[in-house]
Design a protein around this ligand. Structure first.
Ligand SMILES: [Zn+2]
Length: 244
């Protein structure tokens, strides 16, 4: 567990040093081999210019291992065997909205699903990675709390509010954010006199509400909520003033 050097790096080191592996790769995946060579030279160039971001990641990992993992060995050994988080968190994939950083979740405390615009599709929409995660968290991990976190200046919400009403979208983003169409309709009805930015701000809240409504369309969520075994809540993170 938590062994960057024995997983990711081991693979790449083996790939670089094992001629059989290289040969096999060159036979089967010439494109990949070419890309890896290109990646290597690009990486060397970055190192020369002092911006080896992957190297920096490795240093961060080693620092984590030394200062967090080794200092809490008992906890991490327990986590290596099992997890029993009390929370499921659904948050936007936006790089500024990291639930663990903002809310201080430690490893093992929260099962997190992040997607564009922190949306929960309704049950009738069928499978998605978000509701697969929801099913696992609720039925297998038996989390006791679900928290949906929205945020200001959300690109996904702007995409939702920018869509044309009568045009079928071929965009993957458009297809996904249309999950929040009810939030968009309610926003448009309530904010006719407001400008686009203000409408988006309104929709950020509506979309989180919509996600909570959609949560209850899952029979096993609704049942657990009704029995008091599961609670749900929402938060909206304001990035500029950093309040939630
Ligand atoms: Zn977002």
């Amino acid at each position: 567990m938590f062994s960057y050097s024995t997983t990711t790096l081991a693979f790449f080191n083996a790939f670089r040093t094992n001629s059989d592996l290289r040969l096999q790769a060159s036979r089967e995946l010439p494109g990949l081999t070419k890309e890896l060579k290109s990646d290597k030279s690009e990486r060397m160039e970055r190192v020369e210019h002092g911006t080896d971001l992957f190297g920096e990641m490795k240093q961060r990992f080693l620092s984590f291992k030394k200062h967090k993992y080794m200092q809490n060995l008992e906890l991490y050994e327990k986590l290596a065997k099992d997890q029993a988080p009390k929370f499921m968190v659904i948050a936007c994939a936006d790089s500024r909205v990291c639930p663990s950083s903002i809310l201080g979740f430690q490893p093992g405390e929260a099962f997190v699903v992040r997607n564009v615009a922190n949306m929960v599709p309704p049950y009738e929409n069928g499978p998605s990675e978000t509701n697969a995660g929801l099913e696992f968290a609720v039925n297998s991990l038996k989390v006791e709390n679900i928290l949906v976190i929205g945020h200001s200046r959300c690109g996904g919400i702007r995409a939702l509010m920018s869509m044309h009403d009568d045009v079928e979208t071929s965009s993957l983003i458009g297809s996904w954010v249309s999950v929040g169409m009810n939030a968009r309709v309610r926003t448009k009805a309530a904010t006719k006199l407001l400008n686009f930015d203000q409408q988006c701000k309104h929709c950020e809240k509506e979309s989180v509400n919509c996600s909570l409504v959609n949560l209850l369309t899952y029979p096993w969520v609704e049942e657990k909520v009704r029995n008091g075994e599961l609670r749900y809540s929402r938060r909206l993170l304001r990035l500029r003033r950093l309040c939630i």
